[in-house]
Write a protein that binds this ligand. Structure first.
Ligand SMILES: Nc1nc2c(c(=O)[nH]1)N[C@H]1C(S)=C(S)[C@@H](COP(=O)(O)OP(=O)(O)OC[C@H]3O[C@@H](n4cnc5c(=O)[nH]c(N)nc54)[C@H](O)[C@@H]3O)O[C@H]1N2
Ligand SMILES: Nc1nc2c(c(=O)[nH]1)N[C@H]1C(S)=C(S)[C@@H](COP(=O)(O)OP(=O)(O)OC[C@H]3O[C@@H](n4cnc5c(=O)[nH]c(N)nc54)[C@H](O)[C@@H]3O)O[C@H]1N2
Ligand SMILES: [Mo]
Length: 766
């Protein structure tokens, strides 16, 4: 490749790159006021030995044929040629589809993949399965917002309106008096947005607001969830108990006659039913501050004082995604909205509910007038689905029924799963159970850039190019720069991009034209660009043709100031702009949810004690949150990610008092365990963690000492060894991996060395 500086983009930022003499030099996009350190993870990624250089087949699968087996995750691999790999995969897909139809193929392929919108691996899998075998069993919703995305439409409107088009940062910086944030506004999280991000603006807006006098209050088990720039107040809360806190706040507001009854009467339904619950009219239990204090570990007087801090002020309530990634995760989402309503704030400038503000770089932004189109996925001929986090349940319980959002569905009988651009051994809970679930398959096919644990469980592994090794177009609908992702380096080894892999497979299945429509990757990108250009033209905006865009590398797009429009319009004229709920109003009581009859998600918000509570055997709450040093598990072997580990292990934070009780010192290797397994990590003592809580981020590649163990030991520090694999509730069946309960102790003896970035056994190169 010639040594010229080219543009590129990633979920954590746009940048330019220069590759010279095997050295990669990356400079953040010149317009980015606050670039992300995650860019450093690219520095050593291109030629890292853990990359996949050639197609691989699992020995047991090749020798014994497809079928359930315990060997996935523990077997050796054979390096094979592309033509062999294509032939094996195409024949196997044909076999499974002929026997069981698309109902036997799981193509959910959840995962973030890379920022380029054309080589978006998940869209490529879907399009491939639709055009070749007529469809696949799909997954719905996300690990991010499984509960919120299902409950919000029942009670207020589509999640994208509430989160992506929520009250903007700009408006908050200008008008909000109080920002009450549950789960904080950590800048480590907002540095990321799917599709790419050219400007990191959250820090600046928080600074502006704080300088104007906005009071930030962060309710969270971790002080570090609120940036220092906010100069805010930290209210430490026991994990998983925010619903109880908010119920008590509502009770105090009502009792002191601080509830905005006019707003509630005009814009909401069901307040009376919730008030009856707060007053314990049926069960005699009053949900007051004293009641909540016992549950959430915030003193009653502090809860009362918080109600006072909110009363009569312009308040915006934000709620991190994390609160709903937990048992009964629907409740805090619902109650955050109710609290905003009881304060009469929705629809006011800088007031109301900003669900998930700061959880990602998408939120609190404005939308482009026209967004870059997605790759069309074709038509899925079958209508079989699972909520995304029910993957293990599906594989372990085929034919069994389950509840989901008012429906009773049946788990299909899956023979083959196809995964590209996701890492279930990163994202799913209870990894030993996930391994058992994957052992039920006939075949698992994975496309990966490197030997992740998911690749190590696959029967056929296709080596995919890293984003830097191909051309694409990067751009999120809330980012005002479209980036020409120019090629930085040649592919590693024999790696191919996902589109080429699927095109070749489609050809072998006699469906090449249906899949490619005769277009090369570059032609697809130009074609998608053209669609955007045409739509802009219809709105009177002229932009350069694709070729010129490509040469320039960046295109600035016009935006619309659409933040908060749903609730603003509704407040201005509820008759003309009703909400898209059955009542047209905010539903504090939902007749629809009530009619489902779910004990774990009744018709109005409630406090339901989680099944996971600290006890003598598991005295600590473990917070398994997003990692600061990478995006999920991506480039865990990258420079920056590795620099934040200690002894090669992930770092677990613990309060100094707890550490002293346990005889744990800074830098000790600790063993964190429960009935599902054990992980090793390096202990860091921190007063930013509340007592009784441990924090171990997700993202360390799963590295079990014995992959087949019932209770595995992960040397590297992957918290999903420990998390419980249950849905949030019968309503949304979302992921509940954020919190679990564990024991911790110092590891005695010589700890096993981390092996996550060493190759599996590859027995022969043919
Ligand atoms: N305990 C717990 N678990 C969680 C969470 C939590 O809070 N706690 N959070 C959850 C959340 S919100 C999410 S979104 C998920 C994230 O889960 P995932 O999205 O599955 O995680 P990633 O690491 O982003 O996985 C993307 C994979 O795609 C690969 N990849 C990148 N580019 C390409 C490409 O071009 N082609 C191909 N074929 N592969 C590519 C990467 O190497 C990586 O392995 O995790 C969830 N899991
Ligand atoms: N650097 C980086 N940024 C990311 C990601 C990443 O992997 N790396 N992932 C991105 C993705 S896909 C998503 S969906 C978002 C996720 O956004 P979130 O889910 O909001 O992010 P988390 O960091 O998991 O959680 C935020 C904080 O919530 C707090 N918290 C946990 N449980 C509770 C609770 O019960 N009550 C209260 N009040 N607080 C609690 C924790 O202290 C935690 O640090 O992040 C995005 N941003
Ligand atoms: Mo997510």
């Amino acid at each position: 490749m010639t040594a010229t500086r080219v543009m590129h983009s990633s979920h954590w930022g746009a940048f330019s790159a220069l590759r010279q003499d095997d050295r990669l030099e990356i400079a953040p996009f010149s317009g980015d006021p606050d670039p992300s350190p995650l860019l450093k993870n690219f520095d050593n990624a291109l030629r890292h030995p853990i990359r996949l250089s050639t197609p691989m087949v699992r020995r047991g699968w090749l020798e014994n044929g497809p079928g359930p087996t315990d060997r996935r995750g523990a077997d050796e691999y054979l390096a094979i040629s592309w033509s062999e790999a294509y032939a094996l995969a195409a024949a196997e897909l044909q076999r499974v589809a002929a026997d069981g139809g698309p109902e036997a193929v799981f193509g959910g392929s959840y995962g973030w993949s890379s920022a380029g919108r054309f080589h978006h691996a998940q869209s490529q899998v879907h399009r491939f399965l639709n055009t070749t075998i007529g469809g696949y069993v799909r997954s719905v919703n996300s690990y991010s917002s499984g509960a919120a995305s299902v409950i919000l439409p029942h009670i207020v409107g589509d999640m994208n309106e509430i989160a992506r088009r929520g009250v903007s940062w700009k408006e908050i910086a200008r008008y909000s008096e109080v920002v009450l944030s549950f789960g904080g506004l950590a800048l480590k999280n907002s540095q990321v947005a799917s599709g790419g991000l050219s400007e990191h603006t959250e820090r600046g807006f928080i600074q502006q607001a704080a300088q104007r006098g906005t009071q930030f209050i962060s309710v969270s088990p971790l002080q570090s969830d609120l940036p220092e720039e906010a100069r805010g107040e930290w209210l430490a809360i026991r994990p998983g108990t925010d619903a109880a806190l908010i119920l008590a706040l509502l009770q105090v507001l009502k009792q002191r006659q601080w509830s905005d009854e006019d707003f509630l009467a005009r814009y909401c339904v069901g307040w009376d039913k919730l008030v009856a619950y707060l007053n314990g009219e049926e069960d005699g239990l009053v949900r007051d501050a004293a009641w909540a204090a016992e549950i959430c570990a915030i003193p009653a007087a502090r809860i009362e004082a918080l109600a006072e801090q909110l009363h009569g002020r312009r308040v915006i309530i934000s709620m991190a995604h994390s609160l709903q990634r937990a048992e009964h995760g629907e409740q805090p989402v619902w109650l955050g909205l109710v609290l905003a309503a009881v304060l009469g704030q929705p629809g006011l400038p800088g007031g109301g509910y900003a669900y998930a503000l700061g959880a990602l770089g998408h939120y609190g932004k404005h939308h482009n007038l026209v967004s870059f189109p997605a790759l069309p996925q074709g038509t899925n001929g079958i209508d079989r689905l699972i909520p995304v986090a029910r993957i293990s349940d599906m594989l372990l319980h085929p034919g069994e029924t389950f509840n989901y959002n008012g429906r009773q569905l049946t788990y299909p009988r899956i023979k083959l799963a196809w995964w590209a651009g996701g890492n279930p051994f990163h994202h799913h809970q209870d990894l030993a159970r996930l391994r058992r679930a994957f052992s039920r398959l006939d075949t698992l096919i994975v496309h990966e850039i490197a030997w992740t644990a998911t690749a190590r469980h696959a029967d056929i592994v296709f080596p995919a190019t890293l984003t830097l090794e191909r051309e694409d177009v990067g751009g999120a609908p809330t980012d005002r720069h479209l980036i020409a992702m120019q090629r930085v380096a040649l592919p590693y080894g024999a790696a191919q991009d996902d589109y080429t892999i699927f095109s070749e497979l489609a050809r072998r299945l006699g469906k090449e034209t249906a899949f490619t429509e005769g277009r090369s990757a570059r032609e697809w990108q130009a074609h998608l660009y053209q669609q955007m250009q045409d739509k802009l033209q219809q709105q009177g905006v002229r932009v350069p043709d694709f070729e010129l865009f490509w040469q320039r590398g960046v295109l600035a797009l016009p935006q619309v100031e659409d933040g908060g429009r749903l609730l603003r319009n509704f407040r201005a004229d509820p008759g003309q702009h009703p909400l898209p709920t059955p009542s047209g109003k905010i539903e504090i009581f939902s007749a629809t949810i009530d009619s489902f009859g779910y004990a774990d998600c009744p018709g109005h918000p409630v406090w339901l004690a989680p099944q996971q509570q600290a006890d003598d055997r598991h005295p600590f709450y473990l917070i398994a949150n997003q990692p600061a040093s990478k995006l999920h598990s991506q480039l865990d072997f990258g420079c920056y990610s590795v620099s934040q580990k200690r002894d090669g292990r992930e770092v677990c934070r613990i309060h100094p008092d707890d550490a002293r009780d346990k005889g744990i010192e800074e830098g000790d290797i600790v063993e964190i365990s429960n009935q599902r397994g054990t992980v090793l990590a390096s202990a860091a003592l921190s007063r930013q963690v509340m007592p009784g809580v441990l924090q171990l981020p997700t993202g360390a590649w799963y590295d079990p000492v014995d992959p087949l163990a019932e209770r595995p030991l992960c040397r590297h520090g992957n918290p999903n060894v420990l998390t419980l694999d249950i849905g949030t509730s019968s309503l949304s069946q979302g992921c509940s991996g954020q919190i679990t309960v564990v024991q911790i102790r110092r590891y005695e003896g010589k700890a096993p060395q981390v092996r996550a970035f060493e190759l599996p056994r590859i027995v022969a190169v043919r």
